[in-house]
Write a protein that binds this ligand. Structure first.
Ligand SMILES: [Zn+2]
Ligand SMILES: [Zn+2]
Length: 144
């Protein structure tokens, strides 16, 4: 049977069949969490599924981040499942992090990206990726 492996060029963002068992477990744990999880949070949740070593979680996270299925929030040292099932066509990803309830909203903004694009063109800086982390309170927490 034809197993097409020629989709390597360009968009490679697939809710893939070819995840390893551990990658699938880690992605599942993140997808079912409302808040970002640290590697140790993930390990805690997956102990019953047979994950025992932090290294297993880190390896799976590395691959998932590489594929764009999971994002790392630098300021929290934690991870979230990508909220966008489709490829990030834009190079910019923004996260609004609520300091009240811990909720994280992922979004992209083409206006900000265009601005950064102009800046990059003007300074000959080659951007590989841009991640914005915005701290504050979500609507529900701000209103409380
Ligand atoms: Zn994403
Ligand atoms: Zn909140």
């Amino acid at each position: 049977m034809a197993h097409s492996d020629d989709s390597h060029a360009g968009h490679d963002h697939v809710w893939a069949d070819d995840l390893t068992k551990n990658q699938g477990l880690v992605l599942g744990a993140l997808a079912h969490s409302d808040a970002p999880l640290s590697a140790y949070d993930i390990l805690d949740r997956l102990r019953e599924d047979g994950l025992k070593a932090p290294l297993q979680v880190y390896r799976a996270l590395d691959k998932l981040v590489e594929r764009g299925l999971v994002h790392r929030l630098e300021s929290l040292n934690a991870f979230v499942a990508c909220a966008d099932e489709h490829c990030h066509r834009s190079g910019l990803i923004a996260f609004a992090i609520c300091e009240g309830c811990g909720k994280v909203d992922e979004f992209a903004d083409s206006v900000i990206e265009d601005r950064l694009g102009e800046w990059a063109a003007g300074t000959a800086f080659v951007v590989e990726r841009t991640t914005m982390e915005i701290r504050g309170k979500c609507g529900a927490c701000a209103g409380a």
